[in-house]
Design a protein around this ligand. Structure first.
Ligand code: GLU
Length: 512
């Protein structure tokens, strides 16, 4: 067991695959979050680029949960991450929820595979047992800090003789398994960062592969899973770029072919500062609660970064898939302007309203929300009819950035008849009663409430017939119809309410 049978195994020193692979037909990518928190914008960006890459190449997008850091697990986070991917419209093809041929998709259920890999590395002397106590490691760390060096393990247990190892094992001394890092780094070609070389052994001590509790560290688990899950391309954040040298050494030591790597540049705030999880406003759940449409969020994220020939606003997922071009991803940080989320949402909401398929869902959603918000205050249930709701959406598209706006106070006139007295109208204009009566006559005659243009024309003609100014006429009408002093144009208000309702409201206002 402790004699090494093979010092170097058969991985050809050809480095990682150099380009988007043509020899391995099936593209398989993974999003591998740790369920130590909820999905945030950075995670969604990584998931999205993986999903775009997979879907463009008819490959598989896998969700793997890296839950080996037991102390940091957050209950419910794993489920919430997958829920958010589903909400965003990029559900994984394989995951513990969805199943697949390469499961389990949760690392804590794959411990056997990691211990097999560790044994194999021990067997070939690419790994060794380390019996150093936490106290010793702590001392090393403090020593390094005192002398201004970066703390690193001094690889002491590398040099234990086989009989010493055997003796400690027999005594049951707690141990971990460490990887014997090779000095001399081999360059590899990252699909984004190009040729990269990191002398990992020159700056780090031998890394732990298996911890004392038998759980693997990220490095071992990630390499073992990428191999067994047949991952063809690893697209992940650039913070992992320097770990890749270590991963490639592990692949080589295990005799496995590594995937191709593409590291995505950092996602930062518009001013270049770090997206802070503590602000809480970068969690995807939060966007959902704020009525942000998933396609706006995806569009905004891709808009911030590279990977496309152009950066137009308004792309939906199918267009993102079609237009994605991995060779266009640059190494510049992606600067995210979260203030633009409303603008993106306005554009995408408009698209949803214009698209007959999504419009139907939206209409039902709005109907439910109107019922929920205004319930018993709704004076005429015609406002819940599809044609009414559709008209409201058609007229307001391009102006509102989320459905919820239509439920706010300024739009309550759409659903609930306002209470306005004649005296209030008279306070605006002494001619209020004449104005209301004339408009009832105009609207009652039919035909005028057919377009905003026609209405505006007719109302202008009316002004010239009455002893009033156009602005007084408009202010009286606005108040009578909505009890508001601001809002959409009066003509649009009349158009959305419809002839009958306009007459009802004006008549009510005329009642003493
Ligand atoms: N679990 C790692 C993370 O949360 C995954 C890194 C990788 O994709 O290899 O970022």
């Amino acid at each position: 067991m402790f004699g090494c049978v093979l010092r170097r195994v058969c991985w050809k020193r050809s480095g990682a695959r150099r380009s988007v692979c043509t020899t391995q037909p099936e593209v398989r990518v993974r999003f591998a979050p740790s369920p130590t928190g909820f999905l945030h914008l950075g995670g969604l960006r990584t998931a999205l680029y993986n999903a775009l890459f997979a879907k463009q190449r008819r490959g598989a997008f896998i969700l793997r949960l890296e839950d080996t850091d037991r102390a940091r697990l957050v209950p419910g986070a794993a489920d919430a991450i997958e829920d958010m991917l589903e909400w965003a419209g990029i559900p994984p093809d394989e995951s513990s929820r969805r199943g697949g041929h390469y499961g389990p998709y949760v690392q804590s259920e794959r411990l056997q595979l990691y211990s097999q890999a560790a044994s194999s590395l021990l067997h070939t002397c690419h790994a060794y047992y380390c019996f150093c106590t936490n106290q010793r490691l702590e001392l090393l760390k403090r020593e390094a800090q005192r002398s201004g060096h970066v703390p690193r393990y001094d690889n002491r247990c590398r040099h234990l003789r086989p009989e010493q190892v055997q003796e400690k094992l027999a005594l049951g001394v707690p141990r971990v398994v460490r990887f014997r890092l090779d000095s001399g780094a081999e360059p590899f070609q990252d699909l984004v960062f190009g040729w990269t070389r990191h002398e990992v052994a020159a700056v780090e001590g031998d890394p732990v592969l298996l911890k004392a509790d038998g759980f693997p560290t990220y490095h071992l688990a990630s390499v073992v899973d990428d191999h067994h899950m047949r991952i063809s391309h690893v697209l992940r954040g650039s913070e992992w770029l320097i770990s890749t040298a270590k991963h490639l050494q592990l692949f080589r030591a295990l005799g496995w072919t590594p995937p191709a790597y593409a590291h995505l540049p950092l996602l930062l705030n518009r001013d270049g500062s770090k997206l802070s999880k503590r602000q809480g406003d970068i969690f995807i759940q939060r966007f959902r609660e704020q009525d942000v449409l998933p396609e706006s969020l995806l569009d905004l994220i891709t808009h911030a970064g590279s990977g496309f020939n152009n950066n137009r606003i308004g792309r939906r997922l199918d267009e993102l898939i079609e237009e994605f071009n991995i060779s266009k991803i640059t190494t510049h940080s992606a600067l995210l302007d979260l203030d633009k989320v409303h603008e993106f949402n306005r554009v995408h909401l408009q698209r949803r309203i214009e698209d007959p398929h999504t419009r139907v869902e939206l209409m039902e959603e709005l109907r439910q929300r109107v019922l929920h918000t205004h319930g018993s205050d709704i004076s005429d249930h015609a406002v819940l009819e599809p044609h009414y709701i559709q008209r409201v959406l058609q007229l307001r598209k391009g102006h509102i950035s989320c459905l919820q706006e239509l439920l706010g106070h300024s739009y309550s006139y759409l659903w609930v008849r306002p209470l306005v007295s004649l005296q209030q109208l008279k306070d605006v204009s002494a001619e209020a009663a004449d104005i209301a009566a004339a408009v009832i006559q105009l609207v009652g005659a039919g035909g005028s409430v057919s377009s905003t243009e026609r209405l505006n024309r007719e109302l202008k003609l009316l002004t010239s017939r009455l002893n009033t100014t156009h602005s007084s006429l408009m202010r009286v009408l606005r108040l009578a119809l909505s009890a508001q002093q601001k809002g959409p144009s009066v003509a649009e208000m009349m158009l959305s309410l419809g002839e009958q309702e306009v007459c009802v409201r004006l008549q009510r206002a005329l009642e003493p």
